[in-house]
Design a protein around this ligand. Structure first.
Ligand code: KG4
Ligand code: ZN
Length: 336
């Protein structure tokens, strides 16, 4: 079954065709991030306007480059939420029009579940698993029992992990998106630890995250040590990675799985990958990391998630619109 996936929840307009949720046939992506860079972050109106310009060229372009026509596509999947409402509307409306014109089923996909399913493009998902879903808008720790059956164990109470990288980069005068910039700068710091930032501790037993405190502490650190930018960037990266690894380890104590998956834009971070892999080796847990280009928003993850959603009997009606907010827990058919 070939599914065309369309993603437009933030600043990437992306499309891809994936066969049986596993095999990528073609993908295309246009990002408005260089335009957003001028504003130091994402301006929702700008993102929505850019999607309206990009969505047709992206989808027509990928179909043409793979020499596909509508008869080669079995269903259309689209990110239904969560995300920026104006941005989502563009993708959802475009996908509805395509499904209607091509007489294909339409599948609405949850953006974070799509990030998780990008791992299925590498090898079949092995259940049960713990997943760290770390993106610019969300940070969640998930126990993934089976397709359509997950429990969200913890989420961020304030900023997302990616947002903490982005805000930190802005404090250092680096460009958007900030994660890769912080990573590059931190890599130039000497290996010995010069500074450390506090990692928030919430009430005992909580697997939630909080990154707003680290941002405030980082701002003060940069003010006090403006000559040591790389060391500051390293301290921020270490604090964010430490918070993610600490909660993963706490979750593992209750859910001793053999598989851990990383997903979302922040999963591209090398330090995070190294730390989780190291942890996995110590605990005999297989750690799966998506290829770097599939950590950030893309169409393939939507097509892959759409396939499994469709197999579970989910379809989106023409009367449905974008869903935002849309708690990840609600995609679970078993209700966690
Ligand atoms: O998943 P994504 O493309 O979009 C959302 O769903 O939000 O994630 C984008 C986020 C941004 O905050 C960006 O700074 C972060 O992922 N990111 C990284 C890296 N690459 C992207 N953060 C840390 N290290 C990276 N290498
Ligand atoms: Zn995303």
């Amino acid at each position: 079954m070939r599914i065309l996936g369309i993603e437009s929840s933030c600043d990437d307009t992306a499309g891809a065709v994936v066969e049986d949720g596993r095999q990528l046939i073609v993908a295309e992506r246009l990002s408005s991030s260089s335009l957003q860079r001028r504003f130091g972050g994402i301006v929702p109106e700008v993102a929505a306007r850019e999607h309206t310009l990009a969505v047709l060229p992206v989808v027509a372009g990928l179909m043409e480059s793979a020499k596909l026509d509508q008869s080669d596509i079995d269903a259309v999947a689209v990110t239904q939420g969560p995300g920026l409402i104006g941005a989502l509307l563009v993708g959802v409306t475009f996908a509805k029009a395509l499904a209607l014109a091509w007489h294909k089923p339409l599948i609405g996909v949850h953006h974070l579940e799509a990030h998780m399913y990008v791992n299925a493009l590498v090898e079949p998902i092995q259940f049960p698993a713990l997943v760290l879903v770390v993106s610019g808008g969300h940070t969640s720790l998930v126990y993934w029992r089976d397709h359509g059956d997950l429990t969200v164990l913890g989420s961020t109470r304030d900023d997302a992990a990616g947002e903490a990288f982005d805000k930190g980069a802005r404090i250092l005068g680096l460009s958007y998106p900030g994660g890769p910039e912080i990573e590059k700068l931190a890599a130039t710091a000497p290996s010995e630890v010069l500074f450390s930032l506090p990692v928030a501790r919430l009430e005992a037993g909580s697997l939630d995250f909080s990154f707003s405190g680290v941002k405030t502490a980082f701002s003060a650190l940069v003010k006090a040590h403006s000559e040591a930018r790389a060391e500051c960037a390293k301290a921020l990266e270490d604090a964010i990675v430490e918070a993610l690894c600490r909660n993963l380890n706490m979750a593992y104590e209750h859910y001793p799985v053999h598989q851990v998956y990383l997903a979302g834009g922040v999963a591209a971070n090398t330090r995070l990958q190294e730390r989780v892999r190291e942890w996995g080796r110590c605990h005999g847990v297989a750690v799966h990391v998506p290829p770097r280009e599939y950590c950030t928003d893309n169409g393939a993850m939507v097509a892959a998630a759409g396939y499994y959603r469709y197999r579970l009997g989910y379809a989106m009606s023409m009367a449905d619109g974008p869903l935002t907010p849309w708690p990840l827990q609600n995609v679970s058919i078993k209700g966690g």
